[in-house]
Design a protein around this ligand. Structure first.
Ligand code: COA
Length: 275
């Protein structure tokens, strides 16, 4: 039998013909989603040699196929009723993950050991690395890749990127601190150890500007070991002068340095509270 990626590719080619009656196809897709759920496979990763993001397209295709192949089901928990195609994740104690009531993560997402989920949401294909805090009302969209020892503060919105299958998901690298109510979407990237101030909007169209030099250092990518905040830049249009958002790199940290205000993360973790 062909290997799993080839089987998914073959199913993808005839996706439009498939539906919930195709039990053999569902069995193949379930095998792929189980690999995501247990962390044996991941939708995307940073190539350590080049620093580029590699997307494993077949796993995204497997997720898209899953929605075709599963039917809606009613689930009941006490007085609550839900109707969905996907089950939720299970086995948290065995995985050493803390899940506060009100948090949910879908089957096919991965949560590393030591992850704390305050009432929050983690969608299918997302991966949250060991010892990361997903604080209250934070949402981790489909296929987003969150590193280890990251703090996603209260209300952070990490966008999901499913289609097209080749599109890169959002990447938050190890030890980053994402301030309350930030929105990081459409394959944007936050480098290792970076601190993002509250309310920052980052997507691949948003210029990231170094406050010291005034240079644009990229779009949608906050460099590692920096402190960056939401700012605005002046733009002339035919209709007048307007201010569009940008991200301003306020300071550079030395590698491994935790910004003073980011140490809060450790205190919150020790006491298991959210802010
Ligand atoms: C991003 C952050 C680390 C910046 O802290 P800092 O490096 O100490 O920066 P400062 O407070 O010295 O501020 C430097 C400048 O940036 C501005 N600034 C600070 N935070 C800002 C933000 N989030 N958005 C826009 N501007 C900001 C300040 O007004 C200041 O401007 P000034 O020099 O004209 O006075 C801080 O805002 C922060 O910790 N945010 C995250 C907090 C959070 O979300 N916690 C959640 C868990 S409780």
């Amino acid at each position: 039998m062909a290997d799993l990626p080839s089987q998914i590719a073959e199913l993808w080619d005839r996706a439009s013909e498939l539906g919930p009656a195709d039990h053999d196809a569902l069995a193949v897709v379930t095998e792929a989603i189980d690999l995501l759920d247990t962390g044996q496979a991941r939708v995307a990763e940073v190539d350590q040699a080049t620093g580029e993001v590699i997307v494993h397209e077949w796993l995204k295709q497997a997720i898209l196929l899953l929605f075709r192949l599963r039917s809606m089901e009613t689930m009941e928990v006490g007085p609550f009723e839900y109707v969905d195609k996907l089950p939720l994740k299970r086995g948290y104690a065995g995985a050493a993950v803390r899940v506060v009531p009100g948090a949910s993560a879908r089957w096919g997402s991965f949560l590393g050991a030591g992850v704390v989920c305050m009432p929050s949401y983690v969608n299918i294909g997302a991966r949250v690395g060991a010892d990361t805090m997903v604080d209250t009302w934070a949402t981790v969209g489909s296929c987003a890749q969150i590193g280890e020892r990251v703090h996603l503060s209260g209300g952070v919105g990490i966008g999901g990127v499913l289609e097209p299958a080749q599109a890169a998901p959002v990447i938050i690298e190890d030890e980053a601190m994402i301030g309350s109510r930030c929105m990081v979407t459409q394959g944007a990237r936050v480098g290792r150890g970076a601190v993002l101030g509250e309310g920052t909007i980052l997507n691949p169209s948003i210029p990231v500007i170094d406050a010291e030099s005034g240079d644009e250092v990229g779009r949608g990518h906050v460099p590692p070991w920096t402190v960056a905040v939401q700012a605005s830049r002046r733009r002339e249009f035919a209709g007048g002068e307007f201010f569009l958002p940008c991200v301003l790199v306020l300071r550079h940290l030395t590698e491994g340095q935790r910004h003073d205000k980011a140490q809060l993360n450790d205190i919150l973790r020790q006491h298991g509270v959210s802010a």
